[in-house]
Design a protein around this ligand. Sequence first.
Ligand code: NCD
Length: 308
Amino acid sequence: MAGTSFQGRDVISINDFSKEELLHVLSVAKKLESNPQPSLLKGKILASLFFEPSTRTRLSFASAMKRVGGDVIGFSQAETTSVKKGETLWDTIKMIEHYSDVIVIRHSVEGAARLSAEAASIPVINAGDGANQHPTQTLLDLYTILKEKGKLDNLTIGFLGDLKYGRTVHSLAIALSHFKTSIYFIAPEALRMPSYYIQELKKRKIPCRETSDLDSVAKQLDILYVTRIQEERFPDPLEYQKFKAGYRIDRSLLKISKPGIRIMHPLPRVGEIDPALDETPNAVYFRQAANGIPIRQAILALVLGKAK
Ligand code: NCD
């Protein structure tokens, strides 16, 4: 897509965004945050289709929409819909496009959002498809980095945790490749970043290294992005048990890291960050979650043609 024309557009993968477009979304979010527009999307309806569990993404999309005057319909459990009777995703979308102006979908199957976009004539926004992509989380992650660090260039970022199945990591690593970043992927052998992403980053000349030892690289990091083990994506529950208690950061990390290190997490956390870190200025995960509102308002306003 040329320029920064967003009207009518789907938001499926971070790969579909140029650097200019990423920065444009951040700048619209900044404007909406400093100058709220309570009637911007008045009369517009968001269909919020969550086939997988969610707290932040679903509720922040709904809150974002309502705070700019829009309405929300949808479901958070597919069991209560005709999907339970065997209706296909395609047919479900074919109906819902007439009930709403924009669709947000989360699904456990990779490619489900892309398929929905093919079915729908209205914009479709991917709120997470399996282990694949989570582009709106990435935009709020970039917004958080920009707010916390004042820049997106010349930063060293460490990703810690389940890099194999963590879709937020997959999307964010690609987005960061537009900037001057160095990346450390810190994970146990079996949860390493998929080689596709490593190769892609190398092609884009992004220095990236893999390690399983956080302590040895902590001193270099401006940002540590922690993720939980994605239990629901493990084909074998016994495999998951092996990694369950694999890593946990606590205040001792601050003794060996840069004083200004920022600790991010898309949440939910399930034990990998000691809550004693929450009160430190380094912990930004709750502010990060709050940034979902202006970012999702910006995305909705842009695809609905109400922001330029
Ligand atoms: C993430 C997701 O769903 O991928 N959560 C979120 O959207 N904030 C991360 C996760 O579930 O671990």
